[in-house]
Design a protein. Structure first.
Length: 174
């Protein structure tokens, strides 16, 4: 499984098992999609719903994301894409903020599947920084930007995960 942010692969040259790096966002009204009992002023950061008539619908506060359907992304692909995009963003901002002569930055995240429980046992990020900078500057960029990447920091530090079951009316089911 692979997610990549950076250079696009020319048409017809898709890497084996590669994941498209584009997510098309359309503005949606979150209140139409799901009823979730959240504290006042908060809205869901990421949500996914399913109905027999409409299939899957997934969205963030910025718009809808196609998932699971014929041309949709899979959840693990989106997780890997999130890790690649986060690190890519900080690397780009670092280079731009320092006026470094960088011509391209590509971050690819690959995951190795494991069982019992179903998960990725390993995530490998590959970073290519093109431009007229030294390898020492590349290492410095990566070290600083890895510390800023909230997605990978979250994965590395095993967050507490909690799942709450609610009735359609919003009442929490024990």
């Amino acid at each position: 499984m692979t997610a990549s942010m950076g250079r696009r692969t020319p048409a017809g040259e898709a890497a084996e098992n590669s994941v498209p790096a584009t997510v098309v966002a359309r503005q949606v009204d979150v209140t139409e999609k799901v009823a979730i009992d959240l504290p006042a002023g908060l809205e869901p950061t990421g949500s996914c719903a399913w109905t027999p008539s409409k299939g899957y619908a997934a969205w963030t506060k910025y718009g809808e994301v196609t998932v699971f359907d014929e041309n949709g992304h899979r959840a693990v692909e989106l997780m890997l894409l999130s890790a690649a995009a986060c690190l890519n963003f900080f690397l780009v901002e670092y280079a731009k903020g320092r006026n470094l002569p960088v011509t391209s930055i590509c971050v690819t995240c690959d995951g190795e599947p494991a069982k019992r429980p179903e998960r990725l046992s390993r995530i490998v990020s590959r970073v290519v920084i093109e431009g007229k900078i030294s390898d020492e500057e590349r290492r410095k960029m990566l070290a600083i930007c890895e510390r800023a990447c909230k997605v990978m920091n979250t994965l590395r530090n095993r967050p507490e995960c909690e799942t709450l079951l609610q009735s359609p009316s919003g009442r929490q089911i024990a």
